[in-house]
Write a protein that binds this ligand. Structure first.
Ligand SMILES: CC(C)(COP(=O)(O)OP(=O)(O)OC[C@H]1O[C@@H](n2cnc3c(N)ncnc32)[C@H](O)[C@@H]1OP(=O)(O)O)[C@@H](O)C(=O)NCCC(=O)NCCSC(=O)CCCC(=O)O
Length: 325
């Protein structure tokens, strides 16, 4: 652990070391997360409708999308001088990709420093997610410490998941089944860019520690200045590939049924979700058909931006041995 010269929290002046130069982005390519996914339609006071962009192969709604949209709805009901510092959610039913999701906000409490909102995400008249989010005005503190960011290669020296897949696809001895699987992955239109620190073995053969590190950012341009929005995007991003960390030690099993049960997040300081952040994920425990994962989102200048925790149901079955005949 190290003490660090953290900025004064959400809302403090933009970070000087940030990649904020708009020249790095094509500003025409606005992130679809902002133009579509997190752009909720207001139906009435504290009532919103959200639509879907990317739906996972499981054909249940992506948890990060529901959490991100719930946080947008909550944030819309608080004043501009309040910033999300934490959220706690339960996924109580699978989200149906065929219909939109309604978000109903309850203004639980407006305090002097802290304000709490409860959001229910509803489909077919029933909750699919319950979420509590807490907001705070900017308050300085002499207490400032954080862990130290792991030392890893910079994103410029690493390949994206898509580039890695193309590399694997170019291997002449690739089995047809693997080729099909990789092509399916390529067809995914995930609005997030990922650069794994240790390139994944798309066909895992050995068990690994339940830890992974990858650089991640929203695809497209968002721009600086809207910290509320960056928190909502980070909520979306933070659920991606998170629970899979708990499966890393078990190459001989594959998930038959996996879904996140809950998701919690703490936002520590300002950051930009359209700039590379290091996602450090680890799973300290699995048992009882569940797995616990914890994550830290680091700004590339080493500042801890957010922390996450999630428990998921993990029902696995042994990978079929190749026939010896
Ligand atoms: C978690 C559950 C399923 C719990 O509901 P439940 O009625 O208690 O369901 P369940 O009994 O656990 O059944 C679920 C499923 O597990 C099966 N099952 C049940 N018991 C066993 C067993 N002993 N052996 C083997 N299988 C078992 C059941 O038959 C169910 O399977 P089925 O759905 O029928 O195919 C529900 O609350 C729910 O669906 N919540 C929403 C979860 C969710 O949608 N989370 C967000 C999406 S997941 C995500 O986004 C992860 C990230 C994806 C990524 O990284 O790519």
């Amino acid at each position: 652990m190290s003490t660090c010269n953290q900025p004064g929290g959400a809302g403090s002046p933009e970070d000087e070391n940030s990649e904020s130069s708009a020249a790095q982005y094509n500003q025409d390519l606005k992130s679809v997360l902002v133009t579509s996914v997190l752009n909720l339609e207001k139906l009435d006071v504290d009532l919103y409708r959200g639509t879907h962009h990317w739906v996972p192969r499981t054909q249940r709604l992506f948890g990060g999308q529901i959490v991100g949209q719930a946080l947008v709805a909550a944030a819309n009901s608080v004043s501009d001088n309040l910033f999300a510092h934490s959220l706690h959610c339960y996924f109580v039913r699978a989200g149906d990709p065929k219909v939109p999701v309604l978000y109903q906000v309850d203004r639980t409490r407006d305090g002097r420093s802290f304000t709490v909102r409860s959001v229910k995400a509803i489909q077919h008249g029933q909750p699919i997610l319950i979420c509590q989010a807490s907001f705070q005005i900017v308050q300085p503190s002499p207490l400032q410490h954080q862990f130290t960011m792991p030392v890893v290669p910079q994103p410029e020296d690493l390949l994206t998941v898509e580039e890695l897949i193309h590399l694997y696809l170019s291997k002449p001895d690739l089995a047809e089944k693997s080729r099909q699987g990789l092509n399916k992955l390529l067809a995914n239109e995930v609005p997030i860019e990922i650069k794994p620190v240790q390139p994944p073995h798309f066909q895992r053969i050995a068990g690994a520690e339940p830890k992974k590190l990858f650089w991640v950012r929203a695809r497209g341009y968002i721009g600086e200045g809207n910290m509320k929005l960056h928190c909502c995007v980070a909520a979306y991003v933070s659920d991606f590939a998170f629970l899979g960390t708990a499966l890393l030690p078990y190459p001989n099993f594959r998930a038959q049924f996996s879904a996140s049960l809950d998701h919690a997040m703490w936002f520590h300081t300002i950051f930009r979700s359209d700039e590379w952040m290091l996602y450090e994920c680890e799973s300290p425990w699995a048992g009882g058909s569940r797995g616990l994962v914890q994550g830290r989102l680091w700004r590339r200048d080493g500042v801890l931006a957010a922390s996450c925790s999630q428990e998921g149901v993990l029902r696995v079955k042994p990978v079929a041995e190749p026939s010896k005949l």
